[in-house]
Design a protein around this ligand. Structure first.
Ligand code: NAP
Length: 451
């Protein structure tokens, strides 16, 4: 139970079984709440250190912060649970840049956006919770609604964003490029980030898919990404990780064949539990795509391609689901079939990629850049969770105070699937509304916890 009295009252009210929207609207809001932050004054603390040695436990703090002012088109949400994403890692180690530059730039765009430019950054790009207040102009959502939030923040004042909101020039990732994120007891979102919380999931399960599920949906399934179809062979790097655990499910649910790459037998086992059969343990098979820092080894690309053909009955890859970046990109371009697609949303191991362009142009392959998802895609991804077609891949849950440790685990690749964080929820397993549907999918929901 939070020590903050007004916050305790708020929690009691939102968890009361027979509460109404009017009860929540009439609630006295607390003046402050606890939030996971990084501080502007800390941004030099890891200077000169190797990326791997930078420790999120040293930079992430839990602060008591004031409730932000609510603007038009916005909602304040009581956060029951959130999750750690890789952007939590990037923020906490101040790479590739400290996030305060994003907040300053955003702050310059309007008097309302100026609220975001603070000496502390409340981070987090996922939440499941209850709407507390809505600002002027919000009609689709009411206080008391149980929601999840996707992390696309857009202004849509320019024509550019009106075909695909990801193309808005003022597109930002909430909780990474904006303040007042989800790793907190109260978050500020735009109302067009809200989506219904799937009733068969607990708070922490509902918060877990958010960012990665929507990203994987656009990257692999959407026409804005690879437009996967039945029968495609999909090479999925990090297939039991945040993005990969959803990409694997999309491939299986969509009639494609995932070829899952992982780095341990335990992770291979998780992929098998999801239903994948073609699995490559990159550690056991010891692929070394780089001879040294500057030189790749095409023989290793070939060995990797041969292994893929063994697993697919001689077929090549239609779609590569890329995110490791520099380390794997040359191999990814090589193993893609003639006319196939490499779709990339990240460069965890380095963003200056190198590949042999002859394999790309002579074989008419294409590289598709993709980033998060528009509201429609995020909605569809959440809808598939709500229908029990795609499941959360939550492996472990931490408290708000333990977010540093949770982020450290993700940074060190010690985690499986997704790592959850409880905010106001006093324990795990709460918030389930549809027990019947839950019972039907329980094994799948718990898959990442049982291994
Ligand atoms: P994650 O949970 O850490 O999973 C990534 C997995 O990739 C790891 O578990 C690891 O699996 C594999 N991997 C890591 N380094 C590798 C390497 N050098 N070679 C081969 N495989 C490697 O992280 P995530 O949430 O999936 O995010 C992955 C990346 O995507 C991050 O950089 C993140 O910032 C980015 N991202 C971008 C967007 C976007 O919208 N643009 C959205 C989400 C995430 P194994 O050890 O089992 O192989």
């Amino acid at each position: 139970m939070p020590e903050n009295h007004a916050l305790s009252e708020m929690l009691a009210a939102i968890t009361a079984p027979d509460r109404t929207s009017e009860d929540i609207a009439a609630l006295r809001l607390p003046e402050s709440f606890r939030a996971v932050t990084v501080h502007r004054e800390d941004t030099e603390m890891f200077r000169g250190m190797r990326t791997a040695d930078k420790d999120p436990r040293k930079s992430l703090r839990v602060d008591e912060v004031p409730v932000p002012e609510l603007g038009p088109g916005e909602a304040l949400v009581a956060v029951m649970a959130s999750s750690v994403n890789y952007n939590t890692v990037w923020t906490s180690i101040f790479e590739p840049l400290p996030t305060f530059g994003f907040l300053e730039r955003y702050g310059r765009t309007s008097p309302l956006a100026k609220r975001h430019d603070l000496p502390y950054h409340i981070i987090g790009s996922d939440l499941a919770g209850v709407v507390l207040r809505t600002g002027p102009g919000v009609n689709a959502w009411q206080p008391g609604d149980e929601v999840v939030a996707h992390c696309l923040s857009v202004e849509l004042e320019s024509a550019d964003g009106h075909n695909d909101t990801m193309l808005d020039p003022e597109q930002r990732i909430w909780g990474f490029e904006t303040n007042f994120g989800g790793l907190a007891e109260i978050a500020l979102v735009k109302s067009n980030q809200l989506m219904p919380k799937p009733g068969h999931l607990s708070w922490e399960e509902a918060a877990a898919p958010g960012l990665v599920n929507s990203t994987a949906y656009r990257q692999l399934v959407s026409r804005n990404g690879a437009g996967m179809k039945q029968g495609d062979n999909v090479l999925i790097w990090g297939a039991s990780g945040g993005l990969g655990s959803y990409a694997t499910q999309y491939a299986l649910a969509g009639g494609a064949t995932p070829v899952c790459v992982v780095s341990s037998e335990q992770k291979a086992e998780i992929c098998r539990a999801m239903g994948a059969e073609a699995i490559i343990d990159r550690s056991a098979e010891d692929y070394r795509f780089w001879k040294d820092e500057h030189t790749q080894d095409p023989k290793e690309w070939k060995r990797f391609g041969k292994r893929i053909r063994e697993l697919t009955g001689g077929e090549d890859i239609d779609i590569v689901f890329e995110h490791p970046g520099r380390e794997t990109f040359g191999a990814s371009v090589y193993v893609t079939r003639k006319g196939g697609t490499i779709t990339t949303c990240a460069s965890t191991s380095g963003y200056m990629h190198q590949y042999d362009n002859r394999y790309l142009w002579m074989n008419l392959k294409r590289i598709v850049g993709t980033h998060f998802a528009n509201y429609r895609e995020a909605w569809e991804a959440n809808r598939l969770i709500a229908k029990g077609k795609i499941h959360p891949t939550l492996s472990k849950t931490y408290t708000l105070e333990e977010t540093g440790q949770a982020t450290y685990d993700v940074h060190r690749n010690l985690h499986q699937g997704k790592v959850g964080v409880l905010a106001l929820a006093p324990g795990e397993g709460l918030g389930v509304r549809d027990e019947e549907m839950r019972a039907k999918h329980l094994d799948a929901i718990n898959r990442f916890r049982d291994i």
